[in-house]
Design a protein around this ligand. Structure first.
Ligand code: GAF
Length: 384
């Protein structure tokens, strides 16, 4: 994958707004290696930043207005800063506007700003284009205002923007990966206290490649199944009277079964076993080759397909075809209901697995998928 040409973005910024930007800021998308739908339940996740990213060109001014433009959208969205609140901005612009609004409440205040964004993170593909957009703006506003605000607080501001301005009830995984990512590493995050650690994930050193299969089935987290799954986990937490679902151990599941309806129990079982799989994956990566995590990836997919029910025919086809062609392990990644799957493969098997997945999609009559490798990359930063 690649990132936006910052020089050309600066030129376009000047053409759009009349003056050059004060700075250019990049924030990556992410792949989640394992730990799905655990981040809003106080659980564990293990994502990494990728080398596809959003770049924001930003200039501060004292106009009292926020002007937002995107290379992939027509026109300029303008809003008075004084009236910035949930509902004031809709569509793609709600994400950057939400960040301006949420940061303002945290002391990162601007008197006016112009922002032009462009991205190489495909939207709706489960690779976190939303967090990349939010974090590029958040890092830019922090740097340009010089306000001392730490990464954990930036994560929470971006989450608030997404939850309250964009209306998507998501957790904190994606923003943490985008802000804290590091090349050669995955980010092990405890979402209860935001503690994070870098876990080595040097795929090339072990002769491995992680392929992304973008099904091109677009999902949205502001509508549909994501919020429903979040409600189920909350129902389980209340029924079991625990502070967070991660307080339920795998060994406690049998006892919990009698206290929940069948569907809520299956949602719980996914979250509880997924938390354990994250811990097992971290331990495995710290002690042996990433090749050894294959079965954990497979088990994660089965749990999302059967218990959490967030997979779809295209994702299952990608996972099954990759595995049958020699992948060491494969799973859907991200919020589900479309988006992307990942497959861990030996470098020499990349072509075989890629062709097998493409063939399976063609046989099933699905739109041809995008299949490409990803590597853990560095997190958000200034690039100009
Ligand atoms: C989406 C959300 F934005 C994340 O917070 C997380 O819940 C993920 O779905 C599922 O693990 O990416």
């Amino acid at each position: 994958m690649t990132v936006v040409d910052a020089g050309r973005l600066a030129t376009d910024f000047t053409a759009t707004f009349g003056d050059p930007p004060d700075g250019l800021f990049l924030a990556p998308g992410r792949v989640n290696l394992i730990g799905e739908h655990t981040d809003y339940t106080g659980g564990f996740v293990l994502p990494f930043a990728i080398d596809a990213a959003t770049t924001a060109a930003i200039a501060l001014n004292d106009s009292g207005r926020l002007r937002l433009a995107s290379r992939s959208q027509d026109g300029v969205v303008a809003v008075d800063l004084a009236s910035l609140a949930p509902g004031a901005v809709t569509g793609w612009a709600a994400y950057p506007a939400g960040v301006v609004w949420a940061l303002s409440a945290r002391g990162v205040r601007v008197e006016g700003a112009d922002i032009l964004v462009d991205s190489t993170v495909p939207t709706g593909s489960g690779l976190s284009s939303s967090a990349a957009l939010e974090c590029s703006v958040a890092v830019g506003l922090r740097d340009l205002t010089g306000v001392d605000i730490g990464p954990d607080e930036l994560v929470l501001a971006c989450q608030q923007a997404e939850n309250e301005m964009a209306g998507a009830p998501t957790g904190i995984m994606d923003q943490t990966a985008s802000l804290r990512g590091a090349a050669g590493h995955a980010v092990f995050l405890d979402t209860r206290d935001q503690h994070s650690e870098q876990v080595p994930l040097d795929l090339a050193e072990h002769g491995l490649v992680l392929l992304v299969v973008d099904t091109h089935v677009k999902h949205q987290h502001a509508t549909g199944g994501y919020a429903d799954r979040r409600r189920s986990t909350e129902a389980a937490r209340e029924a079991l009277d625990v502070e967070a679902l991660r307080d339920v151990a795998v060994a406690d599941l049998e006892a919990a079964a009698g206290r929940l309806d069948a569907v809520t129990f299956r949602r719980l079982r996914h979250v509880v076993t997924e938390n354990q799989r994250v811990l097992d994956t971290v331990a495995t990566l710290r002690s042996s080759s990433p090749a050894a995590i294959g079965q954990l990836l497979d088990a994660s997919h089965a749990s999302m397909r059967d218990d959490f029910e967030i997979s779809c025919a295209e994702l299952d086809t990608a996972v099954d075809a990759a595995r049958a062609a020699g992948s060491l392990g494969a799973r859907m990644t991200g919020g589900g209901f479309g988006g992307s799957a990942i497959a861990l493969v030996h470098a020499e098997d990349v072509d075989t697995v890629t062709e097998a997945v493409r063939g399976a999609f063609a046989d099933a009559g699905f739109t041809a998928p995008g299949v490409f490798p990803v590597e853990p990359a560095d997190g958000a930063r200034r690039v100009g």
